[in-house]
Design a protein. Structure first.
Length: 333
C-alpha cells in the first residue's frame, strides 16, 4: 500500500478532511465587562494567555452598569425603526455611521468594547470574527446590551455569556476534583474591588463541573460606603442561613479571593474572624483582573479548535474573508 493511500485512509478513518487538517488554529478572544471597566484577553494556539487591554468606562457606562432597573429608551426615528432588525448586518459595511440608531446604554458599552476590540486586532495584526463574553453585573438588560455591542463590532459569540465570578472559579479550579461518590465541594468566592464587592457560593462537582448555588450567586454590590462591613454582613448571612449543599456541617471547602483589591490585608484579617483562619490562609487569591478573561479565552479557543466549528457557526458577512485567522473561504462573498 502506498504512503499516499495510507494517508487518505487515515484521514477518512478520523473523519477529518485534508482541508481541515491544514486549517489555522484561531486564537480564543474574551472580553470581560465590570462595573467600572472592561478587559480583553487572547489565548494563543501555543497555550499562551495574553492580557491585551484594560479600558475604563465613561460616566455613562458606569451609570448603566450601576442601574438596578432598566429605563425605557427614547422613541427612535422611523429610519432607525426600519433598519433595527438589520443593524448587525449593516454594521460591518457602515461601521459607527449608523450607531445613532442605538440607545445611550448600547453606545456607552460600545465605547468600551471598541477600544478593547481594536487592541486585540492590533496585537494579532488582523480582524477577528469570534469572541466570548463575561459580565460581572449578570442581569438580562446588561447581557442584551453587551451582546448587541459585540454584534455591532461584527463579532459572533463562541460561548453563551458567562457570569464573571463563575469564570474565575473555573480558572482556579484544581486539577484534583471530587470523586463520583463524594459530595460536591463548596467554594466561597469573594470579590473585593475598589468600588464594589460580591460574595457567592459555587460547587465543584464530578469531572470539575462548576455550578452556582441557586440563590447564593448575585450581581455585585456597588458603591456602598463601608464595603468591608457589607462584606462581613453578606458572609455572616450565608453562615447563618447555609444552603443545603453546606448542611449539616456548614462546611466550605475553599475560599477564592478575587477583584482589583483581592490582596487587601485588612479584609483578610476580618475574614479570619468570620471563617476558619486556615481557610483564609490557604485561599486561592487572584493575581490579576485578567484571570477570568484568560480562562474564558482559553475555553473559547478549545471550543473553536474543531474541524467543523467554522461550518457550524456563521461569521458576520465578509468577516472571515478579511481575516487571516480563519479557514480561507469565499462562500460569504
Amino acid at each position: 500500500m502506498s504512503l499516499t493511500l495510507l494517508f487518505f485512509l487515515l484521514a477518512a478513518a478520523l473523519g477529518v478532511s485534508t482541508h481541515h487538517l491544514t486549517r489555522p488554529r484561531a486564537p480564543g478572544i474574551a472580553f470581560r465587562l465590570t462595573p467600572d471597566y472592561g478587559v480583553a484577553s487572547i489565548y494563543l494556539k501555543d497555550g499562551l494567555s495574553v492580557p491585551v487591554a484594560h479600558v475604563y468606562g465613561s460616566a455613562q457606562y458606569q451609570a448603566f452598569m450601576r442601574r438596578t432597573t432598566a429605563t425605557e429608551s427614547g422613541e427612535k426615528s422611523s429610519v432607525c425603526q426600519f433598519i433595527a432588525p438589520y443593524l448587525d448586518y449593516l454594521t460591518p459595511l457602515f461601521g459607527t455611521a449608523i450607531s445613532s440608531c442605538r440607545d445611550e446604554d448600547a453606545l456607552s458599552v460600545l465605547s468600551v468594547m471598541q477600544p478593547l476590540n481594536a487592541a486585540v486586532e492590533a496585537y494579532l495584526g488582523t480582524n477577528i470574527c469570534f469572541s466570548a463574553l463575561s459580565l460581572d453585573v449578570y442581569e438580562e438588560r446588561k447581557r442584551i446590551v453587551a451582546q448587541d455591542a459585540l454584534g455591532t463590532l461584527g463579532l459572533r459569540q463562541v460561548l453563551p455569556t458567562i457570569q464573571a465570578a463563575r469564570g474565575i472559579v473555573l480558572a482556579y479550579r484544581p486539577g484534583a476534583v471530587p470523586k463520583f461518590e463524594e459530595d460536591p465541594w463548596v467554594i466561597l468566592a469573594i470579590d473585593h474591588s475598589s468600588h464594589w464587592y460580591n460574595v457567592g457560593l459555587f460547587t465543584i462537582g464530578e469531572a470539575g463541573v462548576v455550578d452556582p448555588i441557586p440563590g447564593f450567586v448575585n450581581s455585585p454590590i456597588i458603591g456602598e460606603n463601608n464595603q468591608l462591613e457589607g462584606l462581613e454582613r453578606s458572609i455572616s448571612h450565608i453562615l447563618a442561613n447555609p444552603p443545603s449543599e453546606m448542611r449539616p456541617q456548614a462546611r466550605i471547602h475553599r475560599v477564592l479571593l478575587y477583584g482589583d483589591d483581592a490582596k487587601n490585608e485588612t479584609m483578610r484579617a476580618e475574614l479570619e474572624k468570620l471563617l476558619d483562619p486556615k481557610l483564609v490562609r490557604d485561599a486561592w487569591v487572584s493575581n490579576s483582573v485578567f484571570d477570568g478573561a484568560n480562562f474564558t479565552a482559553c475555553a473559547a479557543h478549545i471550543h473553536m479548535d474543531t474541524a467543523d466549528f467554522e461550518s457550524k457557526v456563521d461569521a458576520a458577512w465578509g468577516c472571515k474573508w478579511r481575516s487571516t485567522l480563519y479557514r480561507e473561504t469565499r462562500d460569504e462573498l
